[in-house]
Design a protein around this ligand. Structure first.
Ligand code: SAM
Length: 241
């Protein structure tokens, strides 16, 4: 099974962009996943190839038309050998999580709608079972960069992409925690040394230290993650480093 990504955008020339480089790019070249960027404008229904119109109720900006969006989604779905989830990038969506990324990476792929202007006519979400996804609490000028974020996160989890370098299972968010910190040579740098325990060769002690740092750092930087996963985690104070 190959993970298939189709992006619907007004700027297909933005793809593959960064997804054509490094791990994702190699995966694309090796056929471990596929990426197609289609122009929403190709599904416009008037001779001016209009994709947007003024907001109902007034206000600034333009809104992507529901009939054009539906035509674009329907055209992709009609060709799909197996149905894929339809997602739309929007700051009004549920925040993207590693759990969602894992779920998507385990499936057939995704059809991703990228907004521009003021965004999508709201009726598209229910009418075509489109899931709204946000990449964070800030506003981008378009959904393309968000789609790249989403696809990059999915693709690196696909079999064969990361190879033996990492399974991804110990990484941030996988256990509801941030990952522990990393160090590499030189051991001494500007008077700062790599924590002693990491140089001890004692694997049990290293594992315990890492677990503790993951908990401590998450508590400090992302208390919301600790709350979300059942409140304060029981662990003795680390004192390490
Ligand atoms: N008027 C919209 C609002 O306030 O919710 C913002 C529209 S934004 C200028 C244009 C497009 O950028 C959106 O339709 C969406 O596709 C994309 N976008 C902006 N911020 C995003 C975010 N945080 N996550 C995902 N997509 C985003």
């Amino acid at each position: 099974m190959t993970f298939r990504a189709t992006v619907l955008t007004l700027y297909p020339e933005m793809f593959p962009g960064p997804l054509g480089t490094s791990l994702a790019g190699r995966g694309l070249a090796e056929g471990l996943w596929s990426l197609e960027a289609r122009n929403i404008r190709d599904h416009a229904i008037d001779r001016h190839r209009t994709v947007d119109d003024t907001p109902a109720g007034g206000g600034a900006g333009m809104v992507l038309r529901v009939d054009v969006l539906a035509a674009a989604l329907d055209a992709v779905a009609a060709e799909d050998p197996k149905p894929r989830p339809m997602l739309a990038m929007t700051p009004r969506g549920a925040p993207l999580t590693q759990a969602k990324v894992r779920e998507l990476a385990g499936g057939e792929g995704a059809i991703v709608l990228c907004g521009r202007f003021e965004g999508f006519d709201e009726r598209i979400f229910e009418a075509r079972k489109v899931e709204p996804v946000s990449i964070g609490d800030y506003v981008l000028s378009g959904g393309e960069v968000g789609a790249m974020v989403l696809l990059d996160a999915c693709v690196r989890l696909l079999p064969g992409i990361m190879g033996a370098a990492s399974s991804g299972e110990e990484e941030s968010f996988e256990e509801g925690l941030l990952e522990y910190p990393h160090y590499t040579r030189p051991v001494d740098w500007e008077g700062r040394t790599i924590p002693e325990v990491l140089r001890s060769g004692d694997h049990a002690k290293i594992a315990a230290w890492r677990k503790q740092r993951a908990i401590d750092d998450t508590r400090l930087r992302r208390p919301d993650l600790i709350e979300r996963h059942g409140g304060a985690r029981e662990a003795p104070p680390s004192g390490a480093q």
